[in-house]
Ligand binder design. Structure first.
Ligand code: ZN
Length: 170
């Protein structure tokens, strides 16, 4: 299992490289990421959150119901975002115990490569679209806190400072 990287750690905001070839090394990372996600009760996890600066995302598409619905997105991209947006509270394994309202598109188009190397292209809506947007943000070095108003950010600055302290001691 991997250790989760917390807010304040440079690896969360670093550049992430594309996966060029899906080899045993990548498959091993994915397997370990999935295990880490379930262990931490997450519904999505991006490689930079475990300190690996590669464009890899895993999502539990049952959203916590079972462990048989895992979506692996390699080099994911959101190619289109719908105009309609929804505000909903979000959490993140890299921000323990922090929940903040984030505005996201209700529907999106996604392009990625599967773990088998197949090209994926699909539409997602509602909660599924939200999870994907959150995770693709991670591989672009963008965090949920970057998506809220300056006022909200100030409101939670105490909690953010606490998490940062954890990042330094882990
Ligand atoms: Zn996150």
């Amino acid at each position: 299992m991997y250790k989760i990287v917390y807010y304040g750690d440079k690896r969360l905001v670093s550049d992430n490289e594309d996966v060029q070839e899906i080899d045993d090394g990548i498959r091993k990372i994915v397997k370990k990421m999935v295990r880490t996600m379930f262990k931490r009760n997450g519904i999505g996890l991006a490689a930079p959150q475990v300190g690996i600066n590669k464009r890899i995302v895993v999502i539990d598409t049952s959203f916590g119901e079972d462990r048989d619905h895992i979506l692996v997105l390699i080099n994911p991209q959101i190619t289109q975002k719908g105009q309609e947006t929804v505000v909903m509270e979000e959490g993140c394994l890299s921000f323990p115990e922090l929940y903040i309202p984030v505005e996201r598109s209700r529907s999106i188009s996604v392009k990625a490569v599967s773990l088998r190397g197949e090209e994926l292209q699909f539409e997602a809506t509602d909660y599924f679209a939200r999870v994907i947007q959150h995770e693709v943000d991670h591989v672009n070095g963008v965090l949920m806190i970057d998506r809220v108003s300056p006022e909200k950010r100030i409101e939670v600055s105490g909690e953010l400072a606490e998490i940062k302290k954890m990042a330094e001691t882990v």
